[in-house]
Ligand binder design. Structure first.
Ligand code: ADP
Length: 560
């Protein structure tokens, strides 16, 4: 801008100077022409005077200088000419100045001479004898004038050039200085040029508008962050080039990244084919969903395109943890398959025995044995169905069961009493140690825990073995220990025996009437009682199961 102003000012100054010089020369030229004409008239008068006094003798030896003197007769013929031969001279009667002098005494004119390529001033005066004397002189040309003044003009031009450059430079800097010093952050505080006031006002208005829009955007961003930060689901916003615009903490955890990934392509944090396929589909403007496995977890990914004016301008990626759901589904499927399988065997046996009995194909003496088998299988089915119902009830949270003060020692005594015949048959000795220990709990759940543990201790024992049940109150806890000298559980099975239908030795369990659900019931009931289970077992030596109950243990009705 400084340069442009400099050039403009400089150019204007030079133009003004040149125009002034041209005007000055024009005026000067006019003035000199007038002076020349007046001089010519005066000279003509003097020459006329001399010729009237001296006649033709006056011309002898005369040097007229730059003047040309012509004496014209009354008929127009030239009597004398200081510059040309008389023979070559035309009749001058019709020359404008001659004509005028003949009529009025004095005549003047100016003409351009094509032969001499110059302009001439003519002045003619009639003499007393009727002849005309004419003086002419070449008019000084503009070029002559200019050349005559060339030197001072050149000096002046150089001075003007320097002065113009200096002034233009100072002026341009002075004009631009207030513009450079404008405080654009506070437009209205500037006092430079009045002409800039509308622009500065506009700037100020726009800045306030931008500030308020920025505040609004910030507020929305904070609201958005507050919502997405608290989400358990992962949320990722992408632009059409699949670059991450926003990623919430849940999604950062899933992809094992941090907020620094914003601005990078999503494929830089996860290159799984499922994700690529999903994004390709969403990029085409269609909603898409896929399951993505990250480590041991499974996530359902939903990708929705953001369509603006017919084109996909971005995508929203939502990730939901479906691991638990999938596991629950898997467990439910396995449970259904197991239940069907468990029911099928006794049903087949019952059906087979009943068919033989109905067809009279059983000998008289064998009928009670068949009937006994039907009875045993039916009992087994009843136990199974009862266990399933009990487990389902625990799964639902057992909310209908009431808590009350229960003496765990008394419950253990009842269980051992109930198991007495079975233990005697298996030649297993039962023993109860401890002291009355009252705690808050649900009698049905506690009974289920104690009975199943004692039952297992008898079932998986060996003849001559021993079961020791201890109920010991501690400061804020009651500890139930069921110890046996039975077959024990190999280490690799110890983690799994609490799963539904899991048995270390299926045939052994079935032979003892086990359903494979006993320890599952114990686990669920203990969880509802906020109790901890510990298991120690040595194959061939025996098993110790310890359940630690809080005295003020609460039932968690919603726990599953
Ligand atoms: P079951 O009805 O078969 O007894 P449980 O759920 O009660 O089912 O037990 C699961 C499995 O754990 C049993 O089949 C058995 O193999 C093993 N088990 C449980 N308790 C004991 C124990 N005290 N000693 C040895 N094995 C045991």
């Amino acid at each position: 801008m400084t340069k442009r102003i400099f050039h403009s000012v400089f150019l204007v100054a030079i133009s003004v100077f040149l125009a002034a010089v041209a005007l000055f020369l024009g005026i000067l030229y006019d003035y000199f022409s007038g002076v020349q004409q007046a001089q010519l008239k005066m000279q003509t008068g003097l020459v006329v005077q001399a010729v009237q006094n001296e006649g033709a003798d006056y011309f002898e030896g005369l040097n007229p200088g730059s003047y040309r003197i012509t004496w014209i007769d009354t008929d127009g013929t030239v009597r004398y000419d200081s510059h040309s031969d008389l023979d070559k001279m035309e009749n001058h009667q019709q020359r404008e100045e001659v004509k005028e002098a003949l009529e009025q005494g004095v005549g003047q004119s100016s003409r351009y001479s094509r032969t001499l390529l110059e302009r001439f001033f003519y002045c003619a005066q009639r003499l007393d004898d009727g002849t005309v004397l004419r003086l002419s002189v070449a008019q000084s040309s503009l070029l002559t004038l200019l050349l005559g003044m060339a030197q001072p003009l050149c000096v002046l031009f150089v001075v003007v050039l320097g002065l113009s450059a200096l002034l233009a430079s100072r002026l341009s800097k002075k004009i631009v200085k207030p513009l450079n010093e404008l405080d654009l952050d506070h437009p209205l505080s500037n006092r430079g040029y009045d002409e800039l006031t509308p622009l500065l006002r506009r700037l100020n208005a726009q800045q306030s508008q931008i500030r308020s829009q920025r505040d609004q955007l910030r507020q929305r961003q904070q609201e958005f962050d507050a919502v997405t930060n608290g989400m358990a689901e992962g949320l990722v916003l992408l632009n059409s080039q699949r670059v991450i615009l926003s990623i919430n903490p849940a999604a950062q955890r899933l992809f094992q990244t941090d907020a620094a990934c914003v601005g990078q392509p999503i494929l830089s944090i996860n290159r799984s084919p499922e994700l690529q396929e999903l994004l390709t589909k969403a990029g085409g403007g269609r909603y898409a969903e896929r399951v993505l496995e990250l480590g041991s977890e499974k996530y359902q990914m939903d990708a929705s395109p953001i369509v603006c004016e017919g084109t996909v301008s971005g995508m929203v990626l939502l990730l939901l943890d479906v691991t638990q759901k999938e596991r629950a589904e898997q467990l439910r499927r396995e449970f259904t398959a197991n239940v069907s399988h468990e029911l099928k065997t006794p049903l087949h046996t019952i059906s087979g025995c009943a068919e033989l009995l109905a067809g009279g194909m059983v000998q008289q003496g064998d009928a009670p044995r068949f009937a006994q088998q039907i009875y045993q299988e039916a009992q087994r089915m009843i136990r199974l169905v009862e266990d399933i119902i009990r487990l389902a009830h625990l799964d639902e949270g057992a909310a209908d069961l009431k808590r009350e003060q229960v003496d765990l020692y008394a419950l253990a005594g009842e269980a051992l009493e109930h198991l007495g015949p079975a233990a005697a048959a298996a030649q297993v000795e039962l023993k109860l140690e401890g002291q009355p220990s009252v705690m808050e709990g649900v009698p049905q759940l506690l009974r289920g825990i104690v009975y199943n543990l004692c039952d297992n201790a008898v079932k998986y024992n060996r003849p001559g073995g021993r079961v020791l049940v201890k109920v010991e109150p501690q400061s804020q806890q009651i500890c139930l220990t069921v110890e046996d000298t039975g077959i024990g559980i190999p280490e690799e099975h110890q983690q799994r025996i609490f799963e539904r239908f899991y048995r270390v030795d299926k045939s052994h369990s079935k032979k003892n009437g086990g359903t494979g659900l006993g320890l599952s019931i114990v686990k669920h009931a203990a969880r509802l009682q906020n109790a901890q289970i510990e298991l120690q077992s040595q194959p061939g030596q025996g098993t110790v199961v310890r359940v630690v109950f809080p005295v003020q243990g609460g039932l968690e009705p919603t726990a599953k």
